[in-house]
Design a protein around this ligand. Structure first.
Ligand SMILES: NC(=O)c1ccc[n+]([C@@H]2O[C@H](COP(=O)([O-])OP(=O)(O)OC[C@H]3O[C@@H](n4cnc5c(N)ncnc54)[C@H](O)[C@@H]3O)[C@@H](O)[C@H]2O)c1
Length: 286
């Protein structure tokens, strides 16, 4: 279905074929959209993004999402290259030096913390502020930002990304109001299941995150490809009045307490990692 026919956009964050942004580019192209792919100079040097651009007939423009001059150039160049105003933006960007370097949360490095917040959260405000000023988006244009449930619940190794995602989701609501009133532009975040990408696998204990969520979600984890399909729906005119929302795309995980599958896995576990806990609650693990 060409539900994005005649739609133009910018996609931030395609690094390799595992990236949520990469899969979104493929699905948006299949749905008839024209767009610019953007990432940092360093990510562009890796080279993969040009392969994606070929497949999608897309342009590539380098931009650091924290740099307002880069963003201004990006919007102006994108409109020139695509031949008109835009209809969608995907913000699929995140990075924490503290998480990457496995700094324990109580000992956060505050210089790194500032970077985490700037790259993963303030950057959304910068994208939106630049767009608000230059006015490149058509009425009912759709901005989607990627987030994770670690914004609202404690996941022990998610570190300062928890704060970044909480702030990102708050920016979605605040800017969603202002941009909605000003130009009928809608802004939402998608709270996605753990996904085996470069950013995802950088979080300590990713395999456990992934398995736990998969076991505890009635529909299982959502893949990057499925997330991409959801992004296309959110860019389309079929979701015109959805704005200021944080929407869970997680197979039901966010509403679950515990599932039979998770109980089965824990109680049939052959390891002894839970022995102490089971002892405390007087249950035999094996
Ligand atoms: N992978 C998961 O488990 C998961 C789950 C929920 C949400 N998310 C979110 O999805 C989004 C996309 O991540 P992904 O999982 O596809 O991983 P990814 O590593 O493929 O994408 C992250 C992207 O951010 C880009 N980036 C980093 N610093 C930048 C900067 N200064 N300027 C411009 N771009 C920059 C990277 O180059 C990369 O392309 C992130 O916001 C992430 O937090 C991921």
């Amino acid at each position: 279905m060409k539900i994005l026919k005649n739609k133009r956009g910018i996609i931030f964050g395609a690094l390799d074929e595992n990236s949520i942004a990469w899969q979104t580019a493929l699905k948006a192209h299949a749905a008839g959209a024209k767009f610019v792919l953007t990432n940092t100079e360093m990510a562009l040097r890796k080279g993969d993004i040009f392969e994606l651009a070929k497949q999608c007939d897309a342009e590539v423009i380098a931009a650091d999402v924290t740099d307002m001059d880069d963003l201004e150039d990006l919007f102006k160049e994108s409109m020139k290259k695509l031949g008109g105003k835009l209809d969608f933006i995907l913000h699929s960007v995140g990075m924490s030096p503290n998480v990457r370097k496995k700094v324990p949360y109580p000992e956060l490095n505050y210089e790194y913390f500032k970077k985490t917040i700037d790259i993963s959260a303030t950057s959304l405000h910068k994208v939106l502020a630049t767009s608000y000023k230059l006015d490149p988006l058509n009425e009912y244009g759709s901005v989607v930002a990627m987030t994770y449930i670690g914004s609202e619940r404690q996941f022990s190794s998610y570190g300062d990304m928890s704060q970044a995602k909480a702030m990102l989701e708050s920016i979605v609501r605040s800017f969603g109001y202002h941009y909605g009133v000003h130009k009928k532009v809608r802004i939402n975040s998608i709270s996605q299941s753990p996904t085996a990408t470069s950013a995802g696998k950088g979080v300590g204990g990713f395999d456990a995150f992934f398995s736990y969520a998969d076991c505890n979600s009635p529909l299982g984890n959502a893949t990057a490809e499925e997330c991409a399909e959801f992004c296309v729906a959110m860019f389309s005119d079929f979701t015109k009045k959805v704005t200021m929302q944080n929407i869970y795309h997680d197979g039901g995980f966010s509403t679950m307490g515990i599932s039979d599958k998770l109980i089965g896995n824990c109680f049939n576990c052959k390891g002894d990692c839970m022995d102490e806990t089971f002892d405390k609650i007087n249950i035999k693990a094996k």
